[in-house]
Design a protein around this ligand. Structure first.
Ligand SMILES: Nc1nc2c(c(=O)[nH]1)N[C@H]1C(S)=C(S)[C@@H](COP(=O)(O)OP(=O)(O)OC[C@H]3O[C@@H](n4cnc5c(N)ncnc54)[C@H](O)[C@@H]3O)O[C@H]1N2
Ligand code: MOO
Length: 391
């Protein structure tokens, strides 16, 4: 049986990044960049007006000015402003060559084809002109390699005309649900049966961290069938997650089936609760997690091991942790690291009732896991503990 931190270290050592893929800009959302991104253009690429109004020679602001032309946004033909004249310009549209300020239209009186500027003393040289490259210079570093792409980054890259980017690929995941007692939600429960929730738990968490390629298989408590299913999933996926059948019962075939399927075992059992019987192995660069069947054990192992491994493989940071003060005293009776369902508010965290690994009722209110260390015994109210925020 290994300690929690040892288990994390062993897993981290086995996580290998997948080949880089080039994806369309929108599909890059929540992926980590595999390259630095530089601006291919200067922005603005031409002198732009930031107001609807008139472009003039600042020196002529006190004179009546004849309207020479209009340059609406999208105009492709540059114009030279003639002396004694004004050209009508529009927000985001181009400014004629020669013009050195823009007067917003509210300050202008138009008489036939001539304008006069009111309060022209207030007009400054350069007013309302966005200069070329004033936001981005060509080859400016826009985003650093390994940045996890957010909607604001998509906005930035689209403005620079970028259509595709190279990102770290996300793993594809095979899920194997074991157990003769399982029934799919939607069917009647007969004696001795329980609804399969783990398949939903795992898929929901994976979806939340951006995994799109996943497949679920079911197998009864049978060594040969379990081995065959593991082999099959390993053929098509980078990660295999198995639930149930991993502890000491006569029908717990998962560790043996993994070994028979050519998986190298790195550890079996971690000094923690829930999730003590966790199995971890690899086949070449592929990771295999045997999670205990108890639903709360599945969730705690997802947060502590599976999702951090996915984060490491694809350069993301989906699991956030912080510290918070425990709001009430707690007696810890087991010499294991314990993960408790909690409710975090501000920097205080409440330990919720129903902490056994079969119990999910606390999930109605829980928003985090609280970690109590292996050596902890009596936890006094106000003690700072690490908490892992729910996705
Ligand atoms: N003699 C021992 N017994 C047990 C030990 C031990 O060390 N010695 N460890 C206990 C601990 S801790 C855990 S956790 C469980 C883990 O058991 P398994 O991984 O073998 O899982 P199962 O026995 O198949 O199932 C446990 C529990 O979870 C329910 N389950 C399973 N799959 C699902 C699913 N897809 N959806 C919902 N619920 C599921 C299952 O019905 C059982 O109630 O072992 C202890 N025993
Ligand atoms: O480790 Mo088990 O999940 O405590 O019941």
């Amino acid at each position: 049986m290994v300690a929690v931190n040892t288990a994390k270290k062993i897993i981290a050592e086995q996580c290998v990044q997948l080949p880089v893929v080039q994806v369309d800009l929108l599909n890059a959302l929540n992926y980590a960049l595999a390259e630095d991104i530089f601006s291919p253009i200067q922005f603005p690429a031409f002198r732009q007006s930031s107001m609807d109004g008139y472009a003039i020679y600042w020196e002529e602001k006190a004179n009546p000015l004849f309207i020479q032309a209009a340059m609406p946004a999208g105009t492709e033909q540059p114009l030279l402003l003639q002396k004694g004249k004004a050209i009508q310009v529009f927000t985001g549209g181009p400014i004629p060559d020669g013009a050195n300020c823009v007067v917003q239209k509210e300050w202008v009186t138009v008489n036939n084809s001539t304008i006069e500027i009111q309060l022209n003393n207030n007009i400054q040289l350069g007013d309302h002109i966005r200069n070329i490259g004033s936001d981005l210079q060509k080859n400016t570093l826009l985003l650093q390699k390994h940045t996890v792409i957010q909607p604001s980054h998509i906005a930035l890259m689209a403005s620079a005309g970028i259509t595709t980017v190279k990102v770290l690929q996300k793993p594809s995941v095979g899920i194997l649900i074991t157990g003769n007692e399982l029934v799919q939600p939607g069917n009647t429960l007969s004696f001795g049966k329980v609804y399969d929730s783990n398949a939903f738990t795992i898929q929901a968490h994976l979806k939340k961290v951006g995994i799109t390629q996943m497949q679920v298989r079911y197998v009864s408590d049978n060594l040969q069938e379990t081995e065959n299913s593991i082999k099959e999933l390993l053929l098509h996926h980078d990660i295999v997650i198995i639930t149930g059948g991993v502890s000491a019962g006569d029908y717990d075939y998962v560790p043996q089936a993994c070994i028979n399927a050519g998986v190298q075992q790195h550890f079996h059992k971690v000094k923690q609760r829930p999730g003590k019987p966790l199995f971890f192995g690899t086949q070449k660069n592929k990771l295999v997690f045997g999670l205990p069947g108890n639903p709360a054990a599945v969730i705690s192992c997802l947060y502590q091991y599976v999702i951090p491994a996915i984060d490491q493989i694809c350069g993301t940071h989906t699991i956030q942790s912080t510290t918070a003060k425990v709001s009430t005293a707690f007696q810890k009776n087991i010499p294991l690291t314990q993960f408790l369902k909690g409710y975090l508010e501000g920097n205080t965290v409440k330990i919720l009732p129903a902490q056994a690994s079969y119990q999910l009722s606390a999930l109605t209110n829980a928003n985090c896991w609280i970690e109590l260390e292996e050596s902890d015994t009596q936890i006094e109210s106000g003690t700072e503990k690490r908490v892992y925020l729910f996705l």
